[in-house]
Design a protein around this ligand. Sequence first.
Ligand code: NAD
Ligand code: DAU
Length: 351
Amino acid sequence: MSRTILITGGAGFIGSHVVRRFVTKYPDFLIVNADKLTYAGNLENITDIEQNKNYRFERTDIVNKQDVINLFGKYSFDGVIHLAAESHVDRSITGPDEFVFTNIVGTLNLLNAARNSWKDNYSGKLFYHISTDEVYGSLGSEGYFTEETAYDPRSPYSASKASSDHMVRAFHHTFGLPVVISNCSNNYGPNQFPEKLIPLIINNIKNNKPLPVYGKGENIRDWLYVEDHASAIDLIFHRGRHGDTYNIGGNNEWKNIDLILLLCSIMDRKLKRPAGSSEKLITYVKDRPGHDMRYAIDSSKLQKELGWSPIPDFSAGLEKTVDWYLANTRWLERIISGEYEKYYEMMYSGR
Ligand code: NAD
Ligand code: DAU
C-alpha cells in the first residue's frame, strides 16, 4: 500500500460516502475507518466495501485519549480526514456536553496523536479537518459566507465546531502541523440519519405522520448532494494548500417550506397518492431556539483554484435520494425503532 489514511466517522452519513470513494478510487491506499458507532454510526452504510483488501474498521472513541494513542501506534498514518462528530443542532440544544467532548476534546486528541506520531517530520503528511458553514453564524437576505467571514457560531454545535477549527489552525501555526480545513453547507443524500430535515420529511410522509416545520418555515439552507461533498474532500485532500480553508456549497438556496412542498409533490408522485395529499401533513411547530436564519456559501475559491463544481441539478439529486429511502426500507426501519422513537417523542411531543 502506498499510503495509509485514517478516516474518522466513516460509519456516519458523509463519512461513509468518503470511505467508499477512497476505498474504490485508490486501491493502493490503506483506508482505516475509525468510528465509535454512536446512534449515528451504522456499518450497514458501507457493507459493499467492507471486504475490500485496502479497508480496515477500528472501533475507536476519539474522546478516549488512550484509544487514539493505540490507533496511531497500530498504524503509521500518512493522512487523517477527520469527520467524526456530534452533528445534529437540535441534540446540541438539549445536551451540549457531548458536543464539547467529541467535537473539541476528540479533535484535540487526534491532533496530539498526529503530531506525536509524525514527530515534527511532516513530509507527505496532512491533517484534514471537515467542518461546517455554521461556524460563520447567520446571514440576512443578502450576502454569502466566504473564507474571510468572521466566525460567529450561535448554537452549541456550531460553537464546538468553531472551537475545533481554531484548535486545528493553532496546531498549524504553533507546531507547523500540515492542516487543511473545509467548511460545507447542508448535505443531503442516501444514508442520512432521519433526524435531519430531508430524510425526516421523507420518512414522515411515507408513514402519514405530521411534517414538523420549525417557526414559519422561512429559514434558508444551501443544499449540496453528499457525493459532491465527497468529491470536494477528495480534491482538497490531494491538492488543497496546506494551512488554508476552503468553503464548499451547492449554490442552491431553499426556504425550508419550499423544499418541504417540493418533497411532498415528489412523494405524492412516487407513492401514487393524489396530488396535494402529503401537503396536508405540514404542521408548524415551535421554532428551534436561536434558529439561524440563512446560510449561503461562496465556494468560488474551491471552484477557481481546484476546478471543483457540484452537480447542477437539485431535482435529480432529490429524486435519487427519495428513491434510495423508498428502496431501503429495512435500513430505515432498523433506525427508526427503539432509541429513535424515544428521541422523536422527546423532541417533538408538545412542540
Ligand atoms: P453523522 O452524525 O451522520 O456521523 C458522525 C459519525 O461520527 C458517526 O458515524 C458516529 O458514530 C461518529 N462519532 C461520533 N462520536 C464519535 C466519537 N467520540 N469517536 C468516534 N466516532 C464518533 O455526521 P455527518 O452528517 O456525516 O457529518 C460528518 C462531519 O461533517 C461532521 O464533522 C459534521 O460537522 C460535518 N458536516 C456535516 C454537514 C451535514 O450537512 N451533515 C455539513 C457540513 C459539515
Ligand atoms: O449547514 C451545515 C449543517 O447542516 C451541518 O453542519 C449539520 O451537521 C447539519 O445537521 C445541518 O444543520 P441544520 O440545522 O441546517 O440541518 P437540519 O436538517 O437539522 O435542519 C435544516 C433546516 O430545517 C433548519 O432550518 C431547521 C429546519 N427543520 C429541521 C428539522 C429536523 C425543521 O423545520 N423541522 C425539523 O423537523
